[in-house]
Ligand binder design. Structure first.
Ligand SMILES: *[C@@H]1O[C@H](CO)[C@@H](O)[C@H](O)[C@H]1NC(C)=O
Ligand SMILES: *[C@@H]1O[C@H](CO)[C@@H](O)[C@H](O)[C@H]1NC(C)=O
Length: 299
């Protein structure tokens, strides 16, 4: 019955958007059994009609109060998937308020059973189900989803080739001393948590002890006037990945003013292994840049 009503909803959406002659027009679909999921995160997927033979996969993670459907409608990936034939996974937070758990030890640990583990299982399911390209799996997200993007890159470096963070915080910055799940961490949000690249990098290394394989390249967007997640979180996130990659956060190789647009500055380290985009005067809503994301992902 549940499945039936979902199918009906999907078909109705298909009719509404594309008309009766394209019942198969794709829409966002819930996937119930994608593997172990002790934290009860929800999985939604968008599989375009012109699916590539070995499709790349993008995981697109919503903000607090957001839903999979809201991010599906509000982000550029659906159109890009139609053009390029990749799959988009839209995870949905199981918590009221729909922030992601970026605070518990479980979620900050590879195969720890938290939300990060659930999202990794969504990726593994999709790779298998659709013959996905394991070398082209990417993660991105906004705000809480941006935090989660850093957490995914830290806990599952083996899965992702690249991550793009819109207005997030460093992996581990929202850690809850009292063991809270999806807890708010005011000192991090207010930009008061400041550490060395070494300390930040250790949080990443500790998320998957013993891992020595390749790690995703990272691109970090943040607005200088962000009052929800203070702009210093940009600097700490850059320090974190610079620490992980053995780079000097104070010495980007390339600095480009007014790039990609007026008042944004783009900093690049190690041929784009790490890119920071600092948006002067912009608040918590840094616009997603679909075409640029495709370039960074190599799609
Ligand atoms: C907030 O996170 C920091 C690490 O970034 C941690 O040291 C601090 O204890 C956390 N605050 C709470 C209330 O748990
Ligand atoms: C954070 O980084 C930006 C961009 O490089 C820089 O303008 C700003 O001064 C830095 N803030 C701190 C507190 O270092």
């Amino acid at each position: 019955m549940k499945l039936f009503s979902q199918m009906t909803a999907a078909l109705t959406a298909g009719f509404a958007l594309f008309g009766a002659d394209s019942v198969m027009a794709q829409s966002l679909t819930r996937v119930n059994n994608f593997g172990s999921n002790p934290s009860n995160a929800k999985m939604f997927i968008y599989v375009p009609r012109n699916l590539a033979a070995k499709p790349p996969i993008i995981v697109a993670i919503h903000y607090c109060t957001g839903t999979a459907q809201a991010y599906f409608s509000g982000s550029p990936y659906r159109q890009l998937a139609d053009q390029k034939g990749f799959i988009v996974i839209y995870p949905e937070s199981p918590y009221s308020g729909t922030c992601w758990d970026v605070s518990s030890r479980a979620t900050l640990t590879h195969d720890g059973g938290g939300n990060s583990n659930a999202i990794a299982n969504m990726v593994k399911y999709t790779l298998q189900q659709y013959n996905g390209d394991p070398t082209k799996v990417f993660v991105t997200g906004t705000s809480s989803g941006g935090m989660m993007t850093n957490v995914m890159a830290a806990t599952y470096p083996d899965l992702f080739a690249a991550g793009i963070v819109y207005s997030g915080t460093a992996a581990g910055c929202f850690y809850s001393q009292s063991g809270g799940t999806n807890a708010w961490n005011s000192s991090c949000a207010q930009g008061q948590v400041r550490s060395t690249p070494q300390v930040w990098a250790k949080m990443v290394f500790d998320a998957y002890p013993g891992y020595e394989g390749p790690r995703p390249k990272m691109q970090i967007y943040h607005g200088s006037a962000d009052t929800t997640l203070h702009a210093n979180n940009y600097n700490e996130t850059i320090k974190q990945w610079a620490g992980v990659f053995g780079l000097d956060p104070a010495k980007p190789d390339v600095t480009q003013a007014n790039t990609p647009q007026s008042r944004y500055t783009t900093y690049s380290w190690d041929n784009g292994k790490l890119i920071g985009v600092y948006a002067q005067g912009v608040g918590h809503s840094v616009n997603m840049r679909g075409a640029d994301d495709m370039k960074f992902f190599g799609l």
